[in-house]
Design a protein around this ligand. Structure first.
Ligand SMILES: Nc1ncnc2c1ncn2[C@@H]1O[C@H](COP(=O)(O)OP(=O)(O)O)[C@@H](O)[C@H]1O
Ligand SMILES: [Mg+2]
Length: 261
């Protein structure tokens, strides 16, 4: 994949859900470009379409109109198989609730997507072990996910999302189910991954969390709000001014793989 392609490009994306009474126009023409290496935070009121957008980018749902490309590859208009392949090679996604497989060990949870992608089990488990070490839960490799704390479970989910070295890490309110300390750990971790070159799109409604990102993208009523002077800094008085400059520099060395070592 070319270095100068945007990690994500969405143009004119629309999505309407059929609901009981009236259709819900969740996305009403979204245009968004995320350059490779950027850490963007997507903010906006509940129901404005943030999760819908992330799900479309991840290929978990289909857009009605518009185009979405990830690393230059079209996510729209693909067969299921083709989409699954694209998702495996380009997308890592984490959610508020962690969607872990409780019948498997921590290590197996992380290795599974790599095995599904066709890596040999030993290779997959080596990579999984490296990631668990990197994320500070290497000692939990043989445990069942159920014994982990909330913050540790989210670390596990992040390790799993990274195992196939995705172009794009999508995070939908990843701190929403954690206490403030656990949330802070996850944000520090995402910042660290970003410093290593990982492109990240984070959904949050917490300005303090969003302050870790390089750029804040505001959504409202199914659209991206125009970028104003405030888009580089978190809005509202709740966040100290240092939040604006607290992310790493825009141009980080392009090694998305440095997370492994
Ligand atoms: N599967 C669905 N069926 C019907 N309506 C949905 C569905 N998913 C989302 N919506 C509606 O679409 C709008 C946007 O939802 P969502 O993307 O989840 O918002 P956000 O993540 O910003 O809170 C909301 O009005 C929500 O109720
Ligand atoms: Mg949501």
């Amino acid at each position: 994949m070319s270095e100068n392609l945007p990690a994500l490009q969405a143009q004119g994306v629309r999505k309407t859900f059929e609901a009981e009474n009236a259709p819900v126009r969740a996305l009403r023409g979204v245009d968004l470009t995320v350059p490779a290496g950027e850490f963007a935070a997507l903010m906006g009121p509940s129901g404005c379409g943030k999760s819908t957008l992330l799900n479309l980018v991840a290929g978990l749902e289909l857009a009605d109109e518009g185009t979405i490309t990830v690393a230059g590859e079209d996510v729209t208009g693909r067969s299921e198989d083709d989409l699954a392949r694209l998702r495996r090679s380009h997308i890592g996604i984490i959610f508020q609730f962690f969607n872990l497989l409780e019948g498997m060990t921590v290590l197996e949870n992380v290795a599974l997507p790599a095995v599904i992608a066709g890596r040999r089990r030993r290779m997959a488990e080596t990579r999984a072990r490296d990631l668990l070490d990197l994320l500070g839960i290497g000692d939990k490799a043989a445990a069942a996910p159920g014994v982990l704390s909330g913050g540790q479970r989210q670390r596990l989910a992040i390790a799993r999302a990274l195992v196939n070295e995705p172009t794009l890490l999508l995070a939908d309110e990843p701190t929403g189910a954690l206490d403030s300390e656990g949330g802070q750990e996850i944000i520090e971790l995402l910042s660290r991954l970003h410093s290593g070159g990982q492109t990240i799109v984070l959904v949050t409604h917490d300005a303090h969390i969003a302050a870790a990102a390089q750029r804040i993208v505001s959504m409202k009523d199914g659209r991206i709000a125009p970028a104003g002077p405030g888009s580089e800094a978190p809005p509202g008085p709740a966040v100290p001014a240092r939040g604006a400059s607290h992310g790493p520099p825009a141009r980080t060395p392009g090694s998305a793989h440095s997370v492994g070592g």
